[in-house]
Design a protein around this ligand. Structure first.
Ligand code: NAP
Length: 488
């Protein structure tokens, strides 16, 4: 109810249509990019918006991040497709900021550049053994099963081990654990990449440990996603009941936080109702709390390959400075043998040349979406005409709808700046060439642009191939195949 009211307010605030005609380039065609485009188009009836993406396919995380067994989440692409089909908006795929075009070139061509390219890298644990084979970031694994062309050849070995450890306890951790544990006959009906389905069909993995450095009260996943994994058919679930013991500080947190309380209840119910032992061959999901990874060990039998993780047990203490509940090592260690590790400890944004960047927080320094010139100084200088939205603006947290509010804020800043005359408009003789100039420049560099019509060909072909296999789509996963189909 409150959400519907909020949406109504948001749309009301965008009925003010300005006649100024800025040329806008949005970098990144995920949810942040599309919501930004939508709001700019609605706020400025003369605006021309181009969305560029380094991939030939649009939709960012909706295509390559959302789990294949969450098709309802992907229906948002219908809304995004309608946005790009607005006569004033275009999608230009295979245009990579930093290689096809530099940031300064782009800024020279457009009045407004909004960076929405998300987080395409990973946080590191920084512990010994992290480079061993068999250790992947969850992002790579997700890209692999979602058919992202950069990870189609990842080929994680799921055959020579029966145990996987997922480090981290957010929703991405639950996604990867679920994909490893779910029956492949169910996955076969989704848009999972065929190479991943084939590997999962042959997988020997029976046990998945989802390990957190803090306790069940501090876990990052949400109740809906937890309920879903706990509900997988014929799954043995193990949670140490002692880990569910609540300290007075935990009681305080749970009293004030309905979501955490629900998670604790779900975990407690799962712990008490679980069978004492798994049946023969039954798949197992273990939630392990209060363990912080210390080092990865190398296999003797397979030199260079991971054989397990050494964890330090932790307790939770309040950090005096921040007031946050943090994990503190106890000096007690234990080992967990496994042949596959998925580090699900958060995504990280990457910087491009000429872009102010805060490496500690992995974001572009900004105030309400306006990019700040310097992340070390007093942060008051803004980069005229340069904005940011999504994970690059606020860090890698939040669901798709979070970007709606994030875009609302960034576009409000853009509109304010246009109103104040800080940015040029097409009625201004100094106006910038926009799309025409971009296409000319890319042409001069022999860059191949894939327009939205190219994506529509890919989409149709994927759906056609999917139909033959009784799945929503069979993703094209190689750059070459994507180009061939898009350019037919
Ligand atoms: P996340 O929710 O931030 O979780 C990261 C996890 O990694 C936390 O458990 C964190 O523990 C742990 N971690 C971080 N640094 C660590 C370290 N050095 N050692 C050990 N553990 C460490 O991130 P995410 O799972 O990548 O998800 C990103 C966002 O996407 C979230 O907002 C999520 O809700 C959203 N998402 C939503 C869905 C969905 O709605 N179905 C699906 C996928 C993702 P601490 O808490 O102790 O830091």
């Amino acid at each position: 109810m409150a959400f519907t009211r909020m949406l109504r307010c948001l749309s009301r605030s965008f009925t003010t249509v300005s006649s100024i005609s800025p040329r806008v380039c949005i970098v990144g065609s995920g949810p942040a990019g599309f919501y930004t485009a939508d709001k700019i188009l609605k706020a400025h009836e003369g605006a021309q918006v181009d969305i560029i993406d380094r991939l030939p396919t649009p939709f960012g995380l909706v295509r390559s991040g959302v789990a294949p067994d969450h098709p309802e989440t992907k229906t948002v692409t219908n809304q995004f497709s309608r946005i790009v089909q607005n006569g004033r908006c275009s999608f230009l795929g295979n245009v990579s900021l930093g290689s096809s075009i530099s940031l300064s070139e782009l800024r020279g061509l457009y009045d407004v550049v909004v960076l929405c390219y998300g987080a395409e890298s990973d946080r590191a644990l920084g512990i010994p053994g992290e480079a061993l084979a068999g250790i992947y970031s969850a992002r790579e694994f997700v890209w692999w099963y979602n058919g992202h062309p950069d990870c189609r050849n990842l080929a994680p070995d799921l055959k020579n081990t029966d145990t996987a450890v997922v480090v981290g306890q957010g929703n991405v951790a639950l996604d990867v654990a679920r994909v490893l544990l779910r029956s492949t006959s169910e996955l076969a009906k989704t848009d999972i990449a065929s190479h991943a389905l084939a590997a999962l069909e042959e997988s020997s993995i029976r046990k998945v440990y989802v390990v957190g450095r803090r306790g069940p009260v501090q876990a990052s996943f949400t109740a809906k996603e937890l309920r879903e994994i706990l509900g997988i058919k014929n799954l043995y679930i193990h949670i140490e009941e002692a880990d569910l013991h609540k300290t007075p500080a935990d009681e305080e947190v749970l009293k004030n936080n309905r979501i955490n309380r629900r998670i604790h209840e779900l975990l407690s119910k799962a712990a008490t109702s679980a069978a004492p032992f798994p049946t023969l061959g039954q798949r197992e999901l273990h939630f392990v709390f209060f363990r912080k990874p210390e080092r990865f060990s190398e296999s003797d039998a397979r030199p260079g390959h991971v054989a397990g993780v050494n964890f330090e047990r932790t307790i939770i203490r309040e950090d005096v400075g921040s007031g946050k509940q943090v994990a503190v090592g106890t000096g007690q260690f234990d080992d967990l043998e496994c042949g596959l590790i998925l580090k699900s400890i958060g995504y990280k944004s990457v910087c491009v040349e000429g872009l102010p960047f805060d490496p500690r927080n992995g974001i572009v320094p900004n105030i309400r979406g306006r990019v700040l010139s310097d992340s070390t100084g007093d942060l008051t200088e803004v980069e005229k005409g340069l904005y940011v939205c999504g994970w690059l603006k606020r860090g890698p947290t939040g669901i798709i709808a979070t970007n709606l509010y994030c875009a609302e804020e960034t576009v409000a800043s853009i509109s304010e700046d246009i109103k104040k005359g800080i940015l040029p408009s097409t009625s201004d003789p100094s106006s910038k060439p926009g799309r025409e100039g971009l296409l000319q420049l890319l042409d001069s560099k022999n860059s191949t642009v894939i327009p939205f019509e190219g994506w529509q060909k890919i989409d149709a072909e994927e759906k056609r191939r999917g139909c033959l296999k009784n799945k929503p789509r069979e993703k094209l996963t190689s750059w070459q195949e994507l180009f061939e189909v898009a350019r037919k």
